[in-house]
Design a protein around this ligand. Structure first.
Ligand SMILES: *Cc1c(COP(=O)(O)O)cnc(C)c1O
Length: 497
């Protein structure tokens, strides 16, 4: 029997919630993030997990956090998530490239790492609803700048008891991204192109979420909103699994010995993925350094160097767009932990972030973050890494992964630390083909995005994943358009209210 774990806000420890309640609610009412009241230890050591499937390891890790789920419920969520949607039975294979071991987190439906959590979140959510006697259907409402909306739809498509409505800025996403969205299957998926930019879409969604009148009308019609946001613990917990799994695979391959410490490098944006690695370490996985790789938006690099988080800076659009972030929302959990689980202190710092865009942590807190090693790669370094991996190892990596690869190589060179290192490979190179191809050989670039896919196939020797094949042939299923002012009416129309 696992010890019961309850959850509370990073800004208030007085109210406790079960895991299923925290998953349904997503964000705390006070604006804080849910954290477990204590961090459980791995129930069995990684060397006893040798030979286990990804699904088995997922069960062992997740059951320690989702303690109000029955074994049957949790196994069913896991089996519904990590199935044929993934193009490899390994789910998250570990591949040696040069000096490092890349854990490929892009074998799911939308060929990027968000699939690892978004393929299980819908099942965790519907199970949580059932457990809390909620009869309403769950409606996920999301504004997307391209990728997250698609990954969320792929996860929620045809999950009974749910609907998902995604707004994207019409004309503000790439052709591939738009095709991916408008061809989305599933009778419960709705995609709407909004005339406006991403901020307008985001603002509109927030306004609908916060509108008490709509909430009451929804309830009367048998619906309630929920959010698939990256701060949901139903996304954080499944991400811990693949770090444990990577360690087990390295043991199986004889790369490391029982108890040997590894380093982990993660290309970081919202701080969710690397935080999951920290949790794996805190659960007892033998991990030394957590190398936090940023792109040109290096707010985290500066934070770990100086102890001062400062979002007041220029924002750059880079070739690793999923890391173009100035407020890494999941960092709040690490702030709470480094403050010695002090909710009052966390509240104070987050209030400063909100009002001034800046906060500074104490020397004590900084000392507790010593396992994080920050680094960053600019556009040139990113391209350089992509080319190097291709020239030296015939491996084609995406831009986000290349940021991490570069930062790791530099760390290794500067410190001489040659511990076995796992690098999170967060997207298929197919997803960012233009930049990848131009980094390897600019003469191969094509104007048409779909033609680029053929080039990619030749370069990588890896057949185009299903997600790419589908957009070539799949019929357009969604053609709704709206304005910022008609978003609410559109939601009501979709829900038949
Ligand atoms: C979301 C994302 C990241 C950043 O992950 P965080 O959890 O936000 O730090 C990195 N790479 C890709 C491809 C992503 O989609």
């Amino acid at each position: 029997m696992s010890k019961q774990i309850l959850y509370h806000s990073t800004r208030d420890e007085s109210r406790l919630f079960t895991a299923s309640q925290a998953i349904l609610q997503g964000l705390c009412e006070d604006g804080g993030l849910f954290v477990p009241s204590e961090i459980p230890a791995l129930p069995v050591s990684p060397w006893e997990m040798k030979g286990l499937s990804y699904q088995e390891i997922a069960y062992l890790v997740m059951k320690e956090y989702l303690t109000d789920f029955t074994e049957e419920e949790l196994r069913s969520c896991i089996n519904n998530a990590y199935d044929e949607k993934f193009d490899t039975r390994d789910i998250a294979p570990v591949v040696k490239v040069g000096n490092a071991y890349y854990i490929e987190l892009f074998h799911g439906a939308t060929i990027a790492f968000k699939d690892m959590a978004l393929s299980i979140l819908p099942h965790l959510m519907t199970t949580s609803a059932r457990k809390n006697n909620i009869k309403n259907d769950i409606v996920i409402l999301t504004a997307t700048s391209g990728d997250t909306g698609k990954a969320a739809m792929a996860g929620f498509a045809d999950v009974p008891g749910t609907k998902i409505i995604v707004f994207y800025p019409k004309g503000g996403v790439s052709r591939i991204q738009e095709l991916q969205m408008v061809t989305q299957k599933g009778d419960n998926t709705y995609v709407v192109g909004m005339r406006g930019n991403f901020d307008d879409a985001q603002t509109g969604v927030k306004a609908i979420f916060e509108d008490k009148k709509i909430k009451a009308q929804m309830d009367a019609a048998g619906y309630q909103f929920s959010s698939a946001n990256s701060i949901n613990i139903g996304r954080l917990v499944p991400q811990i699994v693949y770090y444990v799994s990577a360690y087990v695979r390295l043991l199986e391959q004889g790369v490391i010995k029982e108890g040997e410490k590894i380093n982990i490098t993660v290309p970081t944006g919202n701080f969710g993925n690397i935080l999951a690695a920290w949790y794996a370490k805190a659960m007892g996985l033998p991990v030394d350094k957590l190398i936090c790789a940023s792109n040109r938006n290096k707010v985290l690099f500066d934070f770990f160097k100086t102890g001062k988080y400062d979002r007041n800076r220029e924002f750059y659009l880079t070739s690793s767009p999923s890391m173009d972030i100035l407020i890494s929302s999941n960092l709040e959990r690490m702030i709470y932990l480094s403050a010695g689980e002090d909710a009052a202190k966390t509240s104070e710092l987050m209030a400063q972030l909100k009002s001034q865009g800046v906060y500074e942590i104490t020397e004590d807190m900084k000392a507790k973050l010593e396992s994080f090693v920050p680094g960053y790669a600019d556009e040139e370094a990113t391209s350089e890494m992509i080319k190097k991996a291709y020239d030296e190892n015939s491996y084609v990596m995406d831009t986000h992964t290349a940021v991490a690869g570069y930062v790791y190589e530099k760390y290794r060179e500067e410190t001489g630390d040659d511990k076995v290192t796992v690098i999170a490979s967060t997207a298929s190179p197919y997803k960012f083909a233009r930049k990848v191809i131009s980094s390897i050989d600019p003469s191969l670039e094509k104007e048409d995005d779909l033609e680029l896919m053929d080039v990619m196939e030749k370069l990588s020797g890896v057949k185009a994943p299903r997600a790419i094949d589908e957009i070539r042939s799949a019929p357009v299923r969604h053609d709704r358009i709206c304005d910022a002012a008609t978003m609410e009416a559109t939601v009501k129309e979709i829900l038949g209210m």
